[in-house]
Design a protein around this ligand. Structure first.
Ligand code: BES
Ligand code: ZN
Ligand code: MG
Length: 515
């Protein structure tokens, strides 16, 4: 009987997920890339810090009979980067959005921010033409980057709202090289956007509807029809066969069984070792028997952010058809207290054979990742392994919301990650990992223990590092501080950030060829 009910429940949830896809599509803006023409009623323009106009904006000013220039002077508008102004009544235009670009050469990141600013100002009720010509940049197809920023900034999660505000509007980006911008957007950037949207959807969706199997189903749907992709969803019996005692242990207190979701995209040479991404996928983290305090507990619905970023990145890479082999493993479990749950003090035997003494059942991310990284190394022997997890409050306290924590065994690699993050628009900053952190997790009764006080982010990394081959090129990302945004940034509205898709996508692009 219980089984029947849970089947009906699953069907219900799958149906509601389908409905969700439809609404998400309905509230998406439609982007067009066109030649510069100045006839639209609602436009957005960019103005330099010194107030000079590009040729196209000068033409707009002429059309208004010079009143645009006067309005900017009267408003004492300086065109500092990100300065926003919304002007009305300058006929023949009904509205003009003005965004300042500052005076620096505009990077990809800044272009995306500018597109995000336009989205923040633009009214939801009508379409708009963004004049993307004449910007101070050496970035090619800059209109496509503006569009990406706009798309990321205008994300909305309205599934549970009676009144949806998102409208299906047309946003046109006008530039001379519009055909190339359209191609870049459609063949590349739009796939990253879909990946970010997926991650945000998964991180925002309540724990009631996202649990390991429904997450796996969401991944199957995301990749439906995508070429060269294989999806495996490992259930409890297979995990038992692989002796994944850590992932099984974390999942055993929940009525929803754990899953290991494996997505592989083999677009590269047959004999080339892949890049592997391993994501923490706790669909809800109550803390287990070491239960969390009430404050902010609801946010633990997004404790699968690492896994969601892995899926989003694989999607973008596969849709682009990159010549690279990439595999993602997502360790999915719900961390619940119950009579069946693991206890503090329990000892779990991992797939590697090493045992872990569980000091707090709230330090569950490192446990599920221990088995995930063991599995992916054994099965795929990756040339680069990146794990990504909302692992510790310690990471969030150390770096706040501006930087994800990056931990590596190799300083050059950490520097490389900082450089890539800066380009991608998702910054990371290093914290240390040394032999003291490994010493700290020695256990009296098992091979290691799962926690050892401060510094928490490094201790967490040491636990995962215990399961990563010493000579493996390995990057650990602790995103507990960045996965949730309380104040909107230009390209991320308040709410779940979908952090990591842009970062990991940039890493994968840079590491296409084996060194
Ligand atoms: N999911 C949490 C970490 C977290 C905290 C993510 C805040 C996002 C925001 C993780 O499972 C956890 O509970 N970590 C503990 C570890 C401790 C028991 C060693 C923590 O950081 O307090
Ligand atoms: Zn957690
Ligand atoms: Mg926890």
């Amino acid at each position: 009987m219980r089984r029947l009910f849970s089947k009906i429940g699953l069907i219900f949830i799958l149906l509601s997920m389908l409905a969700h896809t439809a609404t998400a599509k309905a509230s998406k803006n439609r982007f067009e890339f066109e030649d510069v023409k100045l006839g639209a009623e609602h436009i957005a323009i960019f103005v330099n810090k010194d107030g000079t106009f590009s040729t196209a904006v000068a033409d707009v000013n002429t059309k208004t009979g010079g009143r645009l220039e006067t309005a900017l002077e009267d408003a004492d508008y300086k065109g500092k980067f990100g300065n926003k102004l919304h002007l009305f009544g300058l006929s023949p235009y009904k509205s003009i959005i003005v965004i300042g670009t500052g005076s620096d050469d505009l990077s990809v990141r800044k272009l995306r921010d500018l597109g995000g600013y336009v989205a923040q100002v633009s009214n939801n009720d009508y379409g708009i033409s963004v004049i993307a010509e004449g910007l101070n940049t050496t970035v090619e197809q800059s209109a496509a980057q503006l569009a990406m920023g706009y798309a990321l900034s205008s994300y909305k999660f309205e599934k549970y709202k009676e009144k949806k505000t998102g409208k299906n509007r047309t946003v046109s980006f006008l530039s001379d090289g519009f055909a190339a911008s359209k191609a870049l957007y459609e063949n590349d950037l739009s796939h990253i956007i879909t990946g970010v949207r997926f991650a945000r959807d998964m991180g925002t969706e309540p724990g009631k509807s996202i649990y390991p199997e429904s997450y796996a189903q969401g991944v199957r749907e995301l990749f439906k029809g995508v070429a060269n992709v294989k999806i495996e969803v490992m259930g409890v019996s297979q995990m038992k066969r692989h002796n994944m005692g850590a992932l099984l242990g974390v999942g055993q207190g929940s009525i929803h069984d754990p899953r290991l979701v494996i997505v592989s995209y083999m677009g590269g040479a047959k004999d080339e070792a892949p890049i592997a991404l391993a994501g923490k996928g706790i669909t809800f983290d109550t803390g287990g028997i070491s239960i969390k305090p009430n404050t902010g507990q609801w946010q633990m619905k997004s404790d699968l952010s690492g896994a969601a970023a892995v899926a989003g990145t694989l999607y973008a890479t596969a849709m682009r058809g990159d010549k690279v082999n990439l595999v993602g493993v997502m360790a999915m479990a719900e961390n619940m207290p119950s009579r069946d749950a693991i206890r503090p003090g329990d000892v779990l035997t991992t797939m590697s054979g090493k045992t872990i003494e569980v000091m707090s059942t709230d330090a569950e991310g490192r446990l599920v990742l221990a088995d995930a990284v063991t599995y992916v190394q054994k099965e795929y022997d990756p040339r680069l392994l990146i794990d990504i997890a909302t692992l510790t409050g310690s990471a969030a306290r150390a770096l706040g919301a501006d930087y994800g924590v990056v931990i590596t065994r190799d300083w050059d690699l950490a520097e490389d990650m900082m450089r890539i993050g800066k380009l991608a628009g998702e910054d990371v900053w290093p914290l240390p990992l040394n032999k003291n952190h490994f010493k700290a997790i020695s256990s009296d009764i098992a091979d290691i223990k799962s926690t050892a006080g401060s510094p928490g982010a490094s201790i967490g990394a040491a636990v995962i590092g215990t399961f990563v081959d010493e000579d493996r090129v390995w990057v650990h990302l602790d995103i507990a501080g960045v996965d949730w945004v309380t104040k909107a940034t230009p390209t991320t509205p308040k709410g779940h950030a979908g952090w990591g898709v842009r970062f990991l996508d940039a890493v994968v692009r840079e590491h296409h060829a084996a060194p």
